[in-house]
Design a binder for this molecule. Structure first.
Ligand code: BGC
Length: 500
């Protein structure tokens, strides 16, 4: 990457250019997105970095529409005073809240110290990072859980489409609960990681409680190797592995190092290691991804596992994936090897049922033909068994979290392994630390999958169409994975258990 002084020299020669792609006249391409991260600002505009070189961040797109709405903020109605600038644009304050300046001028330097005026919007300005926070014991215990503003915005948009007042009331409640923030590609990570850490820190600084934020690290090369619905941007090859390390993990690492005075939890790469336990022989894409999954875990555990304020949980699929005796034995080998490979980095434990539907308890089921001889036919029995197996395999820190966002009711699935947009599902137990007495190794029930976001498209012509999303118990028509799915959301509200 070019050094900043070299860039400044070139910038001094600035010629007039079109608003859209103003940097070309200075010998640099435009960045592919108006939301690119700002690395440097000079008189001609904001600069990002792509392909290891400077690029000019296009101004037109950011200034012509209400870009702040997608982040849960209104656009400014009267002010054009810039209080703060970030990757998405210039921010002002109106009615005690942040607003995006549409068509605003780009300031030559970001203003600072604007964090206190915003009542709900959180921290756009500088916030003070305090002394090092260290988790001790259960990382979920004793904190306020940060509520993701992006999710609140999704719910607000959903409410705008609803007319049933009792359902609207339930939807309003959803805005009070915390769920995880998915860093599901490099761009989203750049857009959301620091912003939410900053907002959580501002909330922590303003109150008397520590504020916990949960992120999902989810961008391994060859992601979702046994399915298609969540295939990611990075492919299983050495070049993309390098990008995973340098453009994704290293950036997360830098932010974790900065925001050291608040508790952070990371859920690591859903579905990846479970695929190494069961699908290496049957699925060539999983065999191709194996070394990247292993290398990626070793790399990130070494880095993130060294921070006392960060706790990590490796994903372990769910009861109807790794619950069978032989799968659990295979899992004990894979997970203990992976944890060792990340040494001296530390892992707190394991995340189960992420984005899945398996009930916490299902007393009607026991090992037999109905369960295809799975001795762990519900999540509670699965976690109890995994605890024993992982301990016997010599793993020293064995704690669990359970994703309860969608397992409130036992729905009529075609097969208990069905994972795509299941009909009749319901929101489950609310996020809470130490939810089950006598199970000290269960750190929390938490909502890892944001309820209402799709598992995968049902459009058979889409590149990421997976047959599971066309099965008879999958709700249709469904949008792409991660996109808002209104009908699914409304069903979950109705079926919530406990009720909302
Ligand atoms: C998708 C991600 C999304 C996540 C949360 C996954 O299935 O692949 O893009 O962020 O779900 O909704």
């Amino acid at each position: 990457m070019k050094a900043v002084f070299a860039l400044s020299a070139v910038a001094a020669l600035a010629a007039k250019a079109s608003a859209a792609c103003w940097s070309e006249s200075q010998g640099y391409p435009c960045c592919s997105s108006a939301n690119a991260m700002v690395w440097f600002t000079d008189a001609s505009g904001e600069w990002g970095v792509e392909n290891n070189d400077w690029c000019g961040i296009p101004k037109a797109a950011a200034s012509s529409s209400c870009w702040a709405a997608s982040q849960g903020y209104p656009c400014c109605k009267s002010t054009s005073v810039v209080e703060y600038t970030d990757a998405s644009g210039s921010w002002g304050i109106e009615n005690g809240d942040w607003c995006g300046i549409v068509g605003g001028t780009t300031p030559s330097k970001p203003a600072t110290g604007a964090s206190t005026g915003a009542s709900t919007g959180g921290a756009k300005g500088d916030v003070t990072v305090g002394s090092q926070y260290s988790h001790s014991g259960n990382p979920f215990k004793g904190h306020k859980f940060f509520v993701n503003p992006y999710y609140v915005d999704e719910v607000d948009k959903a409410i705008a489409q609803m007319s049933d007042s009792s359902l609207i009331k339930k939807a309003e409640k959803m805005k009070e609960y915390s769920n995880a923030i998915w860093l599901d590609n490099i761009e989203n990570m750049n857009n959301w990681l620091e912003r939410n850490l900053k907002d959580a820190l501002a909330e922590q600084n303003a109150g008397s409680e520590t504020v916990l934020t949960v992120f999902v690290v989810y961008d391994l090369p060859g992601r979702d190797c046994h399915a298609l619905a969540s295939n990611g941007e990075l492919l299983a090859n050495d070049g993309d592995m390098e990008r995973y390390k340098t453009e994704y993990i290293d950036v997360i690492d830098e932010k974790l190092a900065t925001y050291k005075s608040q508790p952070i939890v990371l859920v690591i790469e859903p579905d990846s290691l479970a695929n190494l336990v069961t699908n290496l022989e049957t699925t060539p894409a999983c065999a191709d991804s194996e070394k990247y999954y292993l290398d990626g875990h070793a790399y990130l555990i070494q880095k993130f596992g060294s921070y006392p304020h960060v706790a990590m949980y490796l994903d372990i699929g769910h009861a109807f994936w790794l619950g069978w005796d032989d799968n659990r034995q295979g899992a004990a080998k894979v997970y203990s090897k992976v944890i060792k490979s990340g040494s001296p980095g530390k892992v707190r434990g394991f995340a189960s049922n992420v984005a899945n539907y398996t009930p916490w308890e299902d007393p009607e089921l026991s090992r037999g033909p109905d369960t295809e001889w799975n001795s762990c036919p519900d999540e509670k029995r699965y976690i109890e068994a995994m605890y024993k197996d992982f301990k016997s395999a010599g793993i020293s820190s064995v704690y669990f979290i359970e994703d309860t966002s969608r397992n409130g009711v036992k729905n009529d699935r075609y097969h208990p392994g069905e994972w795509c947009n299941q009909m009749g599902s319901g929101i489950g137990a609310r996020p809470q630390a130490n939810p089950v007495s006598g199970m000290d190794y269960l750190d929390a029930f938490y909502w890892v999958k944001p309820y209402g976001e799709s598992d995968g498209t049902s459009d058979t012509s889409a590149k990421r169409y997976d047959g599971y999303c066309g099965h008879r118990t999958a709700m249709k028509p469904a949008p792409e994975a991660g996109q808002w799915f209104q009908a699914f959301f409304e069903e979950g509200l109705k079926n919530a258990n406990p009720p909302l």
